[in-house]
Design a binder for this molecule. Structure first.
Ligand SMILES: *Cc1c(COP(=O)(O)O)cnc(C)c1O
Length: 379
């Protein structure tokens, strides 16, 4: 990481390594060579920047987002790939908009069937061309998806609906794929197989955790699509298994710098609440990053940051704009020295663990005060 800020005037920067993003997509391809890739870029591409990521992932077969407004942003930016709306649509206006944006919709509840079955007068302005549908079965997550009981009749009525394009696809979502021995996953896979048995349609089951650990979720010939999210961003979905071990490279590196060094005395209390006291005379560093940038306030004492490429522990509370670090193992550190909060050299998963959360949340939480800097793509 360079010492000089690449975005001058911005204390905190998120470097987005687009080469690593593409590398991780290649890893998906290597694991699931027969599948097409529905790259999940919801929630601002897990905080990495929706349009930047969509442009860099031109090798994906299609994109998935949660919400219509995300799809609208993609289309406004000129992205022409197929887009799947994972939460589908909730009313006729949204259906019309989804159709005008050429989105494919997930049908996960019976009320959505009603939207597609409205009277022709209502339907005509809404749908000029039939809409592509992914029919979602709830195999045990009990979030979105049709129950196994209602699935057959919804499937039948979608097939007969002229507002629905011909090749309806089938999907389900796994609740526990990130736990390598969890019995729920095989149960979900078996139920999906049972309920969809005999239906001639493309299928999609696997999220990142399944791509990495449950080949049964994508290796059958009709399991045409995988849906990687977090692994594209170089993050391991498994507790206690690093991305590095999975052959993934971190995409976001969050960095800042040292803006102060205090020579504190034994017994000095550091920061709000004075919760940490210096056990001896020692240097304490001030780093320009805080929860106002999206750094988690609830990291525990000793959470590492990389100062000049070497770990130093956080002491005292995280404030809105600053954190304080123990400089006893880098007494010669100076104002301006570079600090990495997570990313290359320090996995975001590790910081998340110190914050009692998952990497997904930390990545999504980086705020608009942070300058996003793309690293160049070298082909
Ligand atoms: C978010 C999401 C994914 C991607 O999950 P990861 O764990 O990030 O790979 C896949 N499918 C659905 C339905 C999702 O909502």
């Amino acid at each position: 990481m360079s010492r000089n800020p690449v975005a001058p005037g911005h204390a905190v920067q998120a470097h987005i390594n687009l080469n690593s993003l593409r590398y991780n997509l290649d890893q998906v391809r290597q694991r699931a060579p027969k599948s097409r890739v529905l790259a999940v870029i919801k929630a601002n591409a897990y905080g990495h920047g929706l349009i930047r990521v969509a442009n860099a992932l031109e090798g994906a077969d299609a994109f998935a987002v949660a919400r219509l407004e995300e799809a609208a942003q993609l289309r406004s930016a000129g992205i022409q790939k197929p887009i799947v709306l994972l939460e589908g649509v909730q009313d006729v206006q949204s259906l019309a908009m989804a159709s005008s944006l050429s989105c494919q919709i997930v049908v996960h509840s019976e009320y959505q069937l009603d939207l597609l079955c409205l009277s022709p007068e209502l339907k005509t302005p809404a749908l000029k061309t039939p809409v592509d549908v992914w029919l979602k079965l709830d195999t045990g997550m009990h979030r979105l998806g049709l129950s196994p009981d209602s699935f057959p009749h919804v499937w039948q009525s979608l097939k007969e609906n002229s507002a629905v394009a011909e090749n309806i696809r089938l999907m389900t979502h796994l609740a526990c794929a990130d736990e390598l021995n969890h019995p729920a996953t095989n149960k979900q896979l078996a139920l999906f197989r049972e309920i969809t048995n005999g239906i001639d349609a493309e299928r999609s089951i696997a999220n990142s955790a399944a791509i990495l650990s449950w080949p049964d979720a994508y290796s059958e010939p009709n399991q045409a699509w995988v849906r990687p999210g977090v692994m594209l961003y170089g993050v391991s979905p498994f507790a206690g298994k690093t991305a590095d071990e999975q052959g993934l490279k971190p995409v976001m590196t969050l960095s800042s710098s040292l803006i102060g060094v205090n020579l504190c005395k034994k017994g000095d209390a550091i920061g709000y609440g004075g919760i940490w006291e210096c056990p001896e005379d020692m240097p304490v560093g001030i780093v320009a990053i805080g929860y106002g940038d999206g750094y988690p306030r609830h990291v525990d004492e000793g959470t590492p940051v990389l100062l000049n490429g070497k770990r130093v522990p956080i002491v005292g509370r995280v404030s809105m704009d600053m954190i304080t670090v123990d400089l006893r193992n880098q007494p010669s550190a100076q104002v301006g020295d570079p600090v990495i909060l997570w990313g290359e050299g320090l996995p975001v998963e590790e910081v998340a663990q110190h914050a009692g959360t998952i990497a997904y949340e930390l990545l999504c939480q980086v705020t608009s005060r942070v300058a996003f800097v793309d690293s160049k793509i070298e082909d």
